[in-house]
Design a binder for this molecule. Sequence first.
Ligand code: HEC
Ligand code: HEC
Length: 198
Amino acid sequence: MNRPVFRTSLACALLLALSLASHAGADTLQPDPAKAARGKALAEANCAECHAIDLQGASAHRVAPPFWMMSERVPVDAIAEMLLTKATPRHSDMPHFEMSADQAEALAAWIAWVQPVAHGRRFLEQTCAGCHAIDASGESPHLGAPPLREVYRLYPIDALEEGFSEGIVTGHPDMPVIHMTPVQVSDVIAYLASIRPR
Ligand code: HEC
Ligand code: HEC
């Protein structure tokens, strides 16, 4: 299947592919929100009929991997380049899109955005980082709030899952009772697992 939804000149695409490759890595965990939003719009229009493109869910096409699981198979850095160079699987139903480097970069940013570890960290940053340290090192801004890496170390996963979904009640006046969705719970746990000391 060949469906040139996106159009651009090859020279321009190659140039931008090079510049993409040179700064890939640094911003892959937390991509630029504006770029990710553009990528989401492109994905809705071009990819959603086959791929699950959001933070959760199964793909409409039986063998199209959900975007939120993609980095388990392909490093997100490589996805923009793959989309540009059309190194996407040729033997399958995955169409070859003619897209600009900017569009490929935006799509890759969106794919990075929906990865569990990145989403989990973003959630903690927005909801908990005002009081708790959320990274592999560093003190909590609120003296009474334990760094979340400690919480992860001390409690069994089951207890964390239950606490996060049902709301943690500590009896401390400053700790709000927070309820998380199942996707937020599993993504936060994926993030905390990723910063666990080895
Ligand atoms: C008509 C269905 C269809 C559409 C539309 C489609 N894909 Fe796919 N895509 C697939 C299938 C099927 C595979 C799996 C191919 C395989 O493994 O053989 C795939 C694989 C991929 C892969 C490789 C992932 C991996 O883990 O190997 C990437 C990246 C990808 N698609 C991105 C996209 C993007 C971005 C869009 C939209 C611009 C898109 N696809 C649109 C069907 C589609
Ligand atoms: C306004 C400050 C504040 C915010 C925001 C906050 N916490 Fe807390 N949290 C605390 C304080 C203070 C404690 C210590 C309570 C105690 O010792 O009884 C605590 C305790 C906890 C504990 C219990 C640790 C233990 O050993 O029992 C967990 C788990 C926890 N917080 C998770 C979170 C998560 C996850 C978020 C974000 C979704 C969050 N907290 C947001 C202040 C906060």
